[in-house]
Write a protein that binds this ligand. Structure first.
Ligand SMILES: Nc1ncnc2c1ncn2[C@@H]1O[C@H](COP(=O)(O)OP(=O)(O)O)[C@@H](O)[C@H]1O
Ligand SMILES: O=P(O)(O)OC[C@H](O)CO
Length: 495
């Protein structure tokens, strides 16, 4: 008998994807749909929750149809999702009361500044590992409650539910029977104490979020729910849930302290496993729950960059200077150097280690000769320099890092991955299976349902496809990284 497949739902910032994996981590099928990004005001980013649901349902149905056509059984579902993105819906109808406010959205910057000025930063950091930044869910929840007519009163009456996207999908997959999330997603709300592993009343009061809104929090591998037959045509257990960056760490099998992965999707997120100890960063990185298994929390230090692949999308959809993301590779390669041009893609502010919500993007060093290729190259280079800033901050925090495992949509770009090795001056490992986010969620579900007996079994599945080693001379590295540092300095809101 053939081994059953694992279905992973990867609800990302720009697309919803369903992937079927074999037990050995190879891909059996993929279905994917992009959806609309809404930018209603400067610094605001929203998604239509019904479009998120519809695209997710469609890709799941397509993947399940592929399995059925091949006479293959699907054992379980894992869910992974864009984190922090905030939804509030009516418990009775399941209808969201406002669009999803996306993690990149900056509308609560002023509220965060007020909280900082009132002296709440240290308390929030010590309980949540996070900073008071609009990136996280807490202030977005309060914004919806205070700006949608009647919402606060309905929340006080217990009529509304809050969830990150995983929570919303489980609600819909079960026709409203289950309101749950996992510890990694809960840990990104500013309301969850990552040391006691529970919602924190003091933080809920500080951010003005009623406790009645919040979902039940489980381990990342747990019996979350069983899908309703009327939704997917069959009852399937959802047995693994994790925020996408945490899932990517699992897919990259970063189970040992000191192991690092960096994922290049819409944003870029670098995560360093620090074991069962939560280590506070002294260089403006986040302390986060890497995963929670069997009630034991493994922690990580994370560097978060808001714009990576999003810069490539801007070249395509905003400027119209490329037709497809793939073209960026040949355009970057067509130039011998960057001609002194730097793009700081602070479209929605700067994330780690700067945390400057008011900064906005800038291009430096343009001349009359600067054309599409140099701007394209600057966008790719920016992704690498930003990763370098994160690596340096991790090193200043005391980490000893010799290799970085990379994944996500952008790392198919060999030029980018080589340039990353060049500016970081370390080896970059690209795995055979680069869909590590979806894979990580599948692994969690497989662990819970007994398909895998241990983390070691997952580790044995990981295979390197290519190692990129540095080829840039020190002098050039010094020159380009100094050029970047100067561009960032001039982009800061306090410049
Ligand atoms: N060959 C490529 N070169 C550069 N960027 C790419 C390439 N292929 C995809 N991308 C970028 O990667 C991103 C998609 O990665 P993905 O991991 O699917 O993102 P997400 O999960 O955030 O939606 C897009 O922003 C796209 O522009
Ligand atoms: O959609 P991605 O892959 O860029 O990930 C989004 C992150 O989870 C935001 O924190």
């Amino acid at each position: 008998m053939t081994t059953p497949l694992l279905l992973s739902i990867d609800q990302g910032t720009t697309s919803s994807r369903a992937m079927l994996f074999e037990k050995n981590s190879s891909t059996f099928a993929v279905a994917q749909r992009e959806f609309t990004q809404f930018y209603p005001q400067s610094g605001w980013v929203e998604h239509d929750p019904e479009e998120i649901w519809k695209t997710t349902l469609t890709v799941c149905q397509e993947a399940l149809a592929t399995a059925r056509a091949a006479n293959r059984k699907v054992a379980t579902i894992g869910i992974t999702n864009q984190r922090e993105t905030t939804l509030i819906w009516d418990r009775h109808t399941g209808k969201p009361i406002y669009n999803a406010i996306v993690w990149q959205d900056r509308r609560t910057a002023e509220r965060c500044r007020d909280l900082q000025q009132q002296g709440h930063s240290d308390k929030v950091a010590s309980k949540t590992g996070l900073l008071l930044d609009p990136y996280f869910s807490g202030t977005k929840i309060a914004w919806i409650l205070d700006n949608v007519e009647g919402a606060r009163a309905r929340a006080d009456k217990g009529e509304l539910a809050f969830g990150t996207i995983d929570s919303f999908l489980m609600w819909r997959l079960t026709n409203g029977r289950v309101h749950a999330t996992d510890a990694t997603n809960a840990g990104r709300t500013l309301l969850f104490n990552i040391h006691t592993n529970s919602w924190d009343d003091e933080l809920c009061a500080l951010l003005d979020v009623p406790r009645s809104l919040l979902p039940e929090v489980h381990d990342s591998a747990a019996n979350f729910c069983t899908t309703d037959k009327s939704v997917l045509g069959e009852e399937l257990p959802v047995a693994g849930v994790a925020g996408d960056q945490h899932a990517a760490s699992i897919g990259q099998v970063c189970f040992q302290p000191g192991m690092v992965k960096s994922t290049y999707g819409t944003g870029c997120f670098m995560m360093l496993n620090t074991g069962t100890e939560a280590i506070p960063s002294t260089h403006r990185l986040l302390t986060t729950i890497a995963y929670r298994l069997d009630g034991v929390t493994t922690y990580a230090i994370e560097g978060s960059i808001f714009v990576a692949g999003a810069a490539v999308q801007w070249l395509r959809d905003g400027l119209g200077i490329i037709q497809s993301a793939e073209e960026t590779q040949s355009m970057a390669m067509s130039l011998e150097d960057n001609q002194g041009v730097y793009l700081v893609p602070a479209f929605t502010g700067l994330g780690a280690p700067h945390w400057d919500a008011e900064a906005r993007g800038a291009l430096f060093g343009l001349t009359r000769d600067s054309g599409p290729a140099v701007v394209t190259r600057a966008a790719l280079e920016a992704v690498c320099y930003q990763t370098m800033d994160l690596l340096n901050a991790m090193r200043k925090d005391g980490a000893s890092i010799n290799t970085v495992r990379v994944d996500g949509g952008m790392v198919k770009n060999d030029w980018l991955t080589q340039y990353l090795a060049n500016v970081l001056d370390i080896a970059i490992e690209r795995p055979r299976q680069t869909e590590t986010t979806a894979l990580g969620a599948a692994y969690l579900a497989g662990l819970q349902t007994g398909m895998y007996g241990s983390l070691d079994e997952l580790t044995a599945n990981w295979q390197q496809e290519h190692e990129f080693t540095p080829t840039m001379d020190d002098e050039l590295r010094k020159r380009v990284t100094a050029g970047w540092a100067d561009a960032v300095r001039r982009t800061r809101s306090n410049y």
